[in-house]
Design a binder for this molecule. Structure first.
Ligand code: RP5
Length: 160
């Protein structure tokens, strides 16, 4: 199956976080492909990816980076595809730097910004699936079932 979602990240060190997006997409049966694309260390790769992502057949891009997290915004500048940014927790500032680097985009180049860390990566996967589900009834059904299963797992009362 042609991957519909690209999960790109600035470094191998981002993968433990970004795997959460991959996992939820696996659960929902959405084909995806993960790549390392660094805005700073591999700028030519960034440019090539941003320019060719739509022609490659991707429909949604999830981009995670930490620290000076320019990757999601730069990809958004190079493609018309929806870009969902995940601020990865940084060692020095715990991801606040990543969040602020991704969220404050200038008008005209939108980048969706999720929460810092694993919750953000999981939600990026879910959001990518819900975007794709607008044109895919079977996926929409799987997404609704996933949400119902999540609700059913929440107990009425806490355990001691
Ligand atoms: C960013 O720098 C990456 O997205 C990563 O979160 C951060 C640190 O990268 P490494 O030094 O661990 O490769 O570009």
């Amino acid at each position: 199956m042609t991957p519909q979602v690209a999960i790109v990240m600035g470094s191998q060190s981002d993968w433990p976080t970004m795997q959460c997006a991959a996992k939820v997409l696996d659960d929902l049966g959405v084909a995806h492909e993960a790549r390392i694309v660094s805005a700073h260390r591999t700028p030519d790769r960034l440019h090539d990816f941003g320019k060719t992502a739509a022609d490659e057949g991707f429909k949604v891009i999830i981009a995670g980076a930490g620290g000076a997290a320019h990757l999601p915004g730069m990809i958004a500048a190079l493609t018309h595809l929806p870009v969902l940014g995940v601020p990865v927790k940084s060692k020095a500032l715990n991801g606040l730097d990543s969040l602020l680097s991704i969220v404050q985009m200038p008008a005209g180049i939108p980048t969706g910004t999720l929460a810092i860390g694993e919750a953000g990566a999981t939600n990026a996967g879910l959001l990518a699936a819900s975007i794709l589900a607008l044109g895919d009834d079977a996926l929409s059904m799987r997404l609704q079932e996933w949400r119902t299963a999540q609700t059913d797992k929440v107990a009425q009362h806490p355990l001691d």
